[in-house]
Design a protein around this ligand. Structure first.
Ligand SMILES: *Cc1c(COP(=O)(O)O)cnc(C)c1O
Length: 368
């Protein structure tokens, strides 16, 4: 089965094989692996060891996003969130339920946000200390201009929390050039092609220290994750982690390096995206995004207007052709969402487009 979803993604056999062992989290051999993974992540993030640290939280991406919001936005403080997609809405809910004051900035979900979209809202309310935003919006496929927005925030002394869950490793945001960024958040199961199970925040050490006491939750406190590493070592973890997913992630990082790192992976995902975008247009389907708004991670396509079309029926038909796509959508209009990431090649994508065509002909047979 070809998994074309934006996470957890198709993984390579070497990554799966690394899971086939029993591991004690406090074992010295495993501690070396965990400490190494944390260092390697700082390098992928373009950070500097000593200035930045990887502060992991086990579980789903929402958990580490919540931890970043709780740690770097004080209780009751304001956080501006550009709202142009499903994941931005999720971030807003996490912040609100943690007792932070969300200033929601509504924007269309068909266009990436830029500094020009955000600055007027910040000018209007100087008490907003932090912007939290999604880098690649996995609901639609748009890319928000995180580097440009980061630069604008830096100039005015506003802090940034960046949900790069579906961007990290592919869309560059070099932390050494972005001191305004308190946390760059991602997970093991997306563009780095590991197993799901771990969330990571790459943070400024000085900020994680200064924000101690904010979180109001032991589980979701990145300052405490840092303090624990200082006390017990970088190979030590506070609570039982998904050890096999961490071991697999170390191998996934080997494969990432072997492929050529960020530029090479982005080029492969871009090629996948182009084949998918052009291929579905050739099948007579209509992409949700204009070409220039289309990012390299996920392609959303309008569902056919034909009243016979039912997404769940189509997804099951496509599965019989060996391709699995999401059986839900979260754009404003009804779409199909198809991932372009994971251990898949342009050849796989060409097969997938053929399968989509075949499944469409099954669920929408031409009237005789
Ligand atoms: C996948 C994703 C998340 C986290 O999802 P989980 O299901 O909690 O792992 C958060 N933000 C974005 C942009 C994502 O793509």
């Amino acid at each position: 089965m070809l998994l074309l979803i934006p996470g957890p993604v198709q993984t390579r056999p070497e990554v799966k094989a690394a899971m086939a062992q029993d591991i004690a989290p406090w074992d010295r051999d495993f501690q070396k692996v965990y400490a190494r993974v944390r260092e390697r992540i700082v390098a992928v993030a373009g950070g500097r060891l000593g200035e930045h640290a990887t502060l992991p939280i086990q579980g789903a991406g929402h958990f580490v996003s919540e931890a970043a919001l709780r740690t770097f936005v004080a209780p009751g403080a304001k956080v501006l969130i550009p709202m142009n997609g499903a994941y931005a809405q999720r971030m807003a809910r996490l912040a609100r339920e943690a007792g932070r004051e969300v200033v929601a900035l509504p924007l269309p979900d068909t266009q990436g946000a830029t500094a020009a979209d955000i600055l007027p809202a910040l000018d209007a309310d100087p008490s907003i200390g932090t912007v939290a935003m999604v880098f690649n919006e996995t609901g639609s496929g748009i890319v928000n201009d995180a580097p440009g927005i980061g630069a604008a925030l830096r100039a005015r002394g506003t802090r940034l929390i960046l949900d790069a869950v579906s961007a990290f490793g592919v869309l560059p945001f070099p932390l050494a050039e972005h001191p305004e960024c308190d946390a760059l958040v991602f997970t093991s199961g997306k563009c780095l092609e590991g197993m799901p199970g771990m969330g990571f925040a790459v943070c400024r050490i000085d900020r994680a220290e200064a924000c101690a006491g904010n979180a109001g939750s032991w589980s979701f406190d990145l300052s405490d994750v840092l303090a624990h590493a200082r006390r017990s070592g970088w190979g030590s973890i506070r609570f039982t982690p998904p050890v096999q997913a961490i071991a697999a992630f170390d191998v996934a990082l080997d494969l990432y390096d072997a492929e050529g790192g960020q530029a090479a992976r982005r080029a492969r995902y871009q090629a996948n995206t182009d084949i998918l975008y052009d291929g579905t247009v050739a099948l007579g389907l209509r992409p949700y995004l204009a070409r220039e708004q289309q990012g390299p991670v996920i392609v959303t396509i309008h569902q056919p207007a034909d009243p016979r079309f039912d997404l769940m029926t189509f997804v099951e038909a496509l599965k019989r052709h060996g391709v699995l796509i999401s059986n839900f959508y979260n754009t404003a209009a009804p779409t199909m969402r198809i991932g372009a990431i994971g251990a898949i090649t342009p050849d796989d994508m060409r097969c997938a487009v053929a399968a989509i065509g075949a499944a469409l002909r099954e669920v929408l047979p031409r009237a005789a």
